[in-house]
Design a binder for this molecule. Structure first.
Ligand code: DAT
Ligand code: MG
Length: 147
């Protein structure tokens, strides 16, 4: 079963969107495997966003993601990596479709509410950056046969 790393960014935490966002993935039928509220260190932020190191917005991105607590999560389910990206909407909330998380709650690209892994390789990398194996729960929900 596939797993992905999702994170409510500091703007989403400040704007009281943790519950709303968790609720969307729960209602969709995915399974929460691990979650915690945490402050991202500068070092972790730079590693997590390493692929963007040369981009002009890298400094701003690292400052933003370390500016307050994030809600870090691991979710499990069939095709959860790409389906979660679809549910998040386009990177720029101005272009994200209504009904998506960024389309419904975001305005600026620099504060787009949620992060989600973009591939199986990034999911594996990001899960291990943010979580210890003991923090991830292996369990089956009875309802899974209806999802
Ligand atoms: P995504 O978060 O959809 O995977 P990404 O990996 O291309 O998008 O970029 C990571 C984050 O960097 C993104 O969520 C917000 C920020 N970002 C991207 N493009 C930006 C830009 N042009 N100006 C400011 N911030 C930007
Ligand atoms: Mg990305």
């Amino acid at each position: 079963m596939e797993r992905t790393y999702l994170m409510v960014k500091p703007d989403g935490v400040q704007r009281n969107l943790i519950g709303e966002i968790v609720s969307r993935f729960e209602k969709k039928g995915f399974t929460l495997v691990g979650a915690k509220l945490m402050i991202v260190s500068k070092e972790l932020a730079e590693t997590h966003y390493g692929e963007h190191k040369e981009r002009p917005f890298f400094g701003e991105l690292v400052n933003f993601i370390t500016s307050g607590p994030v809600f870090a999560m691991v979710w499990e389910g069939e095709n959860v990596i790409s389906t979660a990206r679809t549910m998040m909407g386009s990177t720029n909330p101005a272009e994200a479709a209504p009904g998506t998380i960024r389309g419904d709650y975001g305005v600026q690209v620099s504060m787009n509410v949620i992060h989600g892994s973009d591939s199986p390789a990034s999911a594996e990398r990001e899960i291990s950056l943010f979580f210890h194996e003991q923090e991830l729960n292996n369990y089956k929900k009875e309802v899974s046969k209806w999802v």
